[in-house]
Design a protein around this ligand. Structure first.
Ligand code: NAD
Length: 256
């Protein structure tokens, strides 16, 4: 379905970003991976799906590196048709104890990077009159949780950016939407499970149940595969007129 299209997924060496990159690759899209850590395993997993793949290690907190990554993608594959703004980090602390450098990093990586990648991707998408911008927000783009000030502020900002991008492209073949997962058991959340397990002196399995029980009525983690399938749906013709939504996939978290 996506043969001949190119998808750039930020933060795709792990977790949700990798799941989305694999789902888009399975539909035939060329993939540009980005992120830290091991990139050989993720790259091989995309190649195994028969898709073309390239990697750029831009640090999404640095504007010049984002610009270099977007230029690299255009050189490799012509243009970016599908931009998935996914890179993100978390830090948990009360506002008065929140380290200033963590606040700045979260705003830069979880919010500003999406603005920069989007502003650089839109001209070619508009020219082709087809494009998809998919922003990985969170239930924390819709509701708050204590001790996550920077994350909640960045994700609410990302939902706002999604709406403005959708409005500015509303009469074109370019759409922009946000995906808002609840808990997904990736390294980002495993750290919070480990912290709960250590703080309460309970097993990892018990800590997972407690984490889910606080917020997610389904008592199930959403999976990167499920999120990948939603991203693929946003790329289908059926989604041509879905614009500016913040679509939660959260086991009922924000229905409460
Ligand atoms: P993860 O930690 O598994 O993956 C994060 C990815 O971002 C990795 O590839 C990492 O290398 C990359 N990354 C981190 N800092 C970067 C930087 N400065 N520059 C480039 N890449 C960088 O996390 P995840 O859970 O897969 O999260 C992906 C996105 O989904 C994030 O935006 C996160 O906020 C969001 N999200 C996650 C959950 C969850 O429960 N895991 C829920 C809602 C939303």
């Amino acid at each position: 379905m996506l043969k001949g299209k190119t998808a750039l997924v930020t933060g795709s060496t792990s977790g949700i970003g990798l799941g989305i990159a694999q789902a888009l690759a399975a539909q035939g899209a060329n993939i540009v991976l980005n992120g830290f850590g091991d990139m050989q395993g993720p790259k091989a997993s995309i190649e195994a799906l028969g898709a073309n793949v390239a990697y750029h290690g831009a640090d999404m907190s640095r504007v010049a590196e984002i610009e270099a990554m977007m230029a690299f993608a255009a050189t490799e594959f012509g243009r970016v048709d599908i931009l998935v703004n996914n890179a993100g980090i978390q830090h948990v602390a009360k506002i008065e104890d929140f380290p200033i450098d963590r606040w700045d990093a979260i705003i830069a990586i979880n919010l500003s990077s999406a603005f920069h990648a989007t502003r650089l991707a839109l001209p070619a998408m508009k020219q082709a009159n087809w494009g998809r911008v998919i922003n990985l927000a969170s239930v924390h783009g819709l509701v708050g949780s204590a001790e996550k000030s920077a994350y909640v502020a960045a994700k609410h900002g990302l939902v706002g950016l999604t709406k403005v991008t959708a409005l500015e492209t509303a009469t074109t073949g370019v759409t922009c939407n946000a995906i808002c997962p609840g808990w997904v058991l990736t390294p980002l959340v495993q750290k919070q499970v480990d912290a709960k397990s250590a703080a309460l002196g309970v097993s990892n399995e018990e800590a997972k149940k407690l984490l889910l029980g606080e917020k997610e009525p389904s008592m199930q983690f959403t999976t990167p595969e499920e999120l990948g399938a939603l991203a693929v749906f946003f790329c289908t013709p059926a989604a041509n007129n879905i614009r500016g939504v913040a679509w939660n996939m959260d086991g009922g978290w924000v229905a409460q």
